[in-house]
Write a protein that binds this ligand. Structure first.
Ligand code: PLP
Length: 419
């Protein structure tokens, strides 16, 4: 049997491949150090602690964060968002939160749980139904005297739509409301500057655009906010062991328990890889791929002509390169999203993700939700997501495959597994 090439277009789930140095750093730690950071005075434990600090310094450099110690390691973006959201809630006071209809379940579900316990009221601000982009003035209008925070996704994992975070950040700062940003799909793809954007709490994955392994993430806290951010977990930190209460010093306050040292050391190598290339160069490469993808899904090269897409194809979200990242969700009339993903894999070895992408309100916005399409089979879209190791030729191959499928389906429907 011939070995078909596998082409990974699911970087929004987790990035693959990782730079070779990520795996080398993890192996080196596992074979030559092995100790738990901050859990001993011997050289290996100290060295492991220093490597974690190096990772914080690298992240602070990448994100223009003022203090490496205010970078808290978490399991993933979801864990960071839960710390931010639950940490800002005051159980003894009225709490209101503002979010958008493009946000992911990692924001929607914690807010809904709090609401179901009568601890929170929320306003979900609508977005433009074509671009998926929010008007910052709608965020301003949604803020109330009891608004505890605003939580906004930076780049959509459904449509790649980039939200105007600098403008939202300026409004939140003016109104003295903390801004939580979910940067799961932006960090490592486009520049993120917590100071310039007035971000108070930034939740990031280590395993997507930062090219580290699964099981890594971080919450970046604006210095001073730790005075009002409650802990989510308490426990041993290796510091101040004589006290049975959680230390107030950072990062220990929010990092009880042994660290995922091997993962964080891999993440550190991924961030070093990005810093060496520069985020601007990585973003420029992705822009070239985005342009290539947009050209490839048009039956002619008129990028902005809505009528000129491949037969039956619909792209969710912005057509403009300036408004998007390299996350493309498409639908083909009469072809269920999972069937399209299966055809792409079986015939071309292209790996995509079909479904609702943990963002049900974003799919409602784009009229691809269960309610709009009428069945679970036809709901959602098929998502291609780009990464730094893809080339323009890979993207061309993917859009040529999509063109072949669209043409064939227009002539004779490809809905069944045998077609
Ligand atoms: C926009 C967005 N937010 C949050 C998450 C959750 O990220 P993680 O898997 O790192 O918890 C994802 C995951 O795909 C995402 O796309």
């Amino acid at each position: 049997m011939s070995q078909q090439r596998r082409l990974y277009f699911d970087n929004a789930a987790t990035s693959f491949p990782k730079p070779a140095r990520v795996l080398a750093a993890m192996q080196e730690y596992a074979t030559s150090l092995g100790a738990s950071p901050g859990r001993g005075a011997y050289r290996e434990a100290r060295e492991a602690g220093e490597r974690l600090h190096t990772c914080r310094v690298r992240l602070a450099t990448l994100l223009n964060a003022p203090s490496p110690d205010h970078i808290i390691f978490t399991l993933n973006t979801t864990d960071a968002l839960n710390l931010a959201i639950h940490g800002l809630i005051r159980p003894d006071q009225p709490n209101h939160a503002v979010t958008t209809r493009m946000d992911h379940n990692s924001v929607l579900r914690p807010l809904n749980r709090l609401q179901s316990e009568a601890l929170l009221e929320q306003t979900r601000v609508p977005v433009d139904p074509d671009t998926g982009i929010v008007d910052p003035e709608d965020i301003r209008r949604a803020i109330r005297p009891d608004t505890r925070f605003v939580a906004v996704v930076h780049a959509s994992n459904v449509s790649g739509s980039i939200q105007p975070i600098p403008e939202i950040g300026a409004i939140c700062r003016e109104m003295a409301v903390p801004l939580i940003v979910d940067a799961a799909q932006s960090v490592g793809h486009i520049p993120v500057d917590v100071r310039a954007m007035n971000i108070d709490l930034l939740a990031i994955p280590g395993h997507k655009g930062l090219l580290g392994p699964l099981g890594t993430g971080a919450l970046v806290i604006r210095p001073g906010l730790e005075r009002s951010l409650r802990t989510l977990r308490e426990g041993g930190t290796g510091s101040l062991s004589e006290h049975d209460i959680q230390p107030d010093t950072l990062p220990d306050k929010y990092e009880p328990g042994s660290h995922n040292a091997i993962g964080i050391i891999g993440l550190s190598a991924g961030v070093a890889w990005l810093l060496e290339r520069s985020i601007e160069a990585v973003a420029a490469h992705e822009q070239e791929l985005i342009e290539q993808f947009l050209r490839g899904i048009h039956s002619n090269s008129a990028l902005n002509d809505p009528g000129a897409l491949l037969p039956g194809l619909r792209l969710l979200g912005p057509r403009s390169i300036a408004q998007r990242t390299g996350v493309f969700s498409v639908t083909v009339d009469g072809l269920p999203p999972a069937r399209l993903a299966q055809l792409l894999e079986d015939r071309y070895g292209i790996l995509t993700r079909a479904g609702l992408h943990c963002a049900p309100l974003a799919h409602e916005t784009f009229r691809t939700s269960l309610e709009h399409t009428g069945s679970a089979e036809t709901a959602g879209a098929t998502r291609f997501s780009l990464g730094p190791f893809l080339t323009p030729q890979d993207v061309r191959f993917a859009t040529d495959a999509l063109a072949e499928i669209c043409d064939q389906h227009a002539r004779s429907p490809l809905t069944t597994a045998s077609s």
